[in-house]
Ligand binder design. Structure first.
Ligand code: HEM
Length: 408
């Protein structure tokens, strides 16, 4: 298959239709050639995968290596002049999201017990308590307030800190530094600086836990002599990073999306049982973690296209989740649809380890917010909400909201 469709130069990332839908160019490309060659800014050729079926197959196929260029530290398309990759990048100890079998499984297995549905259920009550405390603080503030700063970021940060045994008082360090990785055109020096700062902080923290373990997830891992301090640090880094930035963005952008869809919002307020389905649909619709990379370890055929060994393959989860071949009327937020099968938590061996935790946080967070603030509204025109178009995880920088009444 090779239709005469334009090959994108660089990655079209701007959501230029609405704040929520995929970029126009991505939608057109998916319709014409869901597995398409693309050119990186330095001129070397890679592949861009946008169709639901192709993305799902790719994520399930470990011949597509996750050892992409230093993982979250810098992404290939952002590094003009980078040589065409010819081999997988070196591994960072502990950072198992960017590892392949068997290294990946060795570390992931040590954590799965801590993230089972059952373990998460037992945490649920406590998460609801954390949400309620934050809502109480919010209700005592004089609107307008920034919902990101006062609610969407603190809730998942508090939860992950407690789970891992990271002092919440140190949040400046990890919130500021992890945000720096996500700025798309950040220089490599800046990213390295943030990485070193966070790494130094976490090395000290996990070294302390190894010497004197406490009652938290990192201490449990620190008791395992098979795990080195470097690996412990990498795991801590990954969990802390993945555990707060992602959920915070869904909470804030999800609130924005609901406020922009008042009919859906009213239905959700009227029937709390709709919340689990609404969270799933928001995950699909918003696809805040959009772009991921893989590396072809051999020549691989994917949906009729031949991807040569050594290619960098870019995946758009946003495009896949809005594929009309899989979801009817995909650019419409519909809390009644069955969004199950969306790829927002990935698929295959790297499928999100924290997905149950994230779901619980989102149900409790959004549910609590809607109950407590029955007339929550944007405090600025929707067009003035600052979108994270400059970041690798999508969301809003701030969400100014207001209300006239609160409920218990
Ligand atoms: C992996 C999304 C919340 C921890 C992933 C992947 C995605 C994702 C797409 C797959 C990456 C890949 O295939 O390369 C999200 C979204 C979240 C969320 C959208 C929130 C709404 C969390 C939370 C944690 C977490 C709360 C908490 C601890 C992880 C870890 C991995 C991962 C450790 C790597 C798994 C592996 O490589 O085996 N996440 N995530 N995530 N996520 Fe999440």
């Amino acid at each position: 298959m090779s239709q005469p469709v334009p090959i994108p130069h660089g990655l079209p990332m701007q959501r230029d239709v609405t704040p929520f839908d995929p970029p126009r160019e991505i939608t057109e490309l998916r319709g014409a050639r869901p597995v398409s060659p693309m050119l990186f800014p330095d001129g070397h050729e890679g592949w861009l995968v946008t169709g639901y079926d192709a993305v799902r197959r790719l994520l399930a196929d470990t011949r597509f290596s996750s050892r992409q260029d230093l993982g979250i530290l810098h992404m290939p398309y952002e590094t003009p002049g980078m040589p065409a990759p010819t081999e997988p990048s070196p591994q960072i100890p502990g950072m198992f999201v960017a590892m392949d079998p068997p290294d990946h499984g060795r570390l992931r297995k040590k954590l799965t017990g801590a993230f089972t549905v059952k373990r998460m259920k037992t945490l649920e009550e406590h998460i609801v308590e954390i949400v309620e405390q934050q809502l109480e603080k919010l209700a005592n503030m004089a609107p307008p307030v920034d919902l990101v700063k006062e609610f969407a970021l603190p809730v998942p940060s508090l939860v992950i800190c407690e789970l891992l045994g990271v002092p919440y008082a140190d949040r400046e360090n990890f919130q500021v530094n992890s945000a720096k990785f996500l700025v798309r055109d950040q220089s490599l020096e800046e990213k390295m600086g943030a990485y070193i700062a966070l790494n130094t902080y976490l090395t000290e923290l996990v070294t302390g836990k190894r010497a004197e373990p406490g009652d938290d997830l990192l201490s449990d891992l620190a008791r395992d002599d098979d795990v080195t301090i470097e690996e412990l640090t990498g795991v801590a880094f990954l969990l802390l990073f993945a555990g707060h930035e992602t959920t915070a963005n869904v909470l804030a952008l999800g609130t924005f999306a609901l406020l922009e869809n008042p009919g859906q919002l009213a239905e959700l307020r009227a029937d709390a049982d709709l919340m689990p389905g609404a969270v799933e649909e928001l995950m699909r619709y918003l696809s805040i973690a959009d772009i991921f990379f893989r590396y072809a370890t051999e020549d691989i055929e994917l949906c009729g296209e031949k991807i040569p060994e050594g290619s960098t393959v870019v995946i758009s989860l946003l495009a896949a989740n809005h594929d009309p071949e899989r979801f009817d009327d995909p650019d419409t937020l519909d809390i009644h649809r069955t969004a199950r099968g969306h790829l927002s938590f990935g698929h295959g061996i790297h499928q999100c380890l924290g997905q149950q935790l994230a779901r619980i946080e989102m149900r409790a967070g959004l549910g609590g917010l809607l109950r407590r603030f029955p007339d929550l509204a944007l405090a600025v025109p929707a067009g003035e909400v600052r979108l994270k178009s400059d970041m690798n995880i999508y969301g809003v920088h701030e969400l100014p909201v207001t209300w006239t009444e609160t409920a218990k």
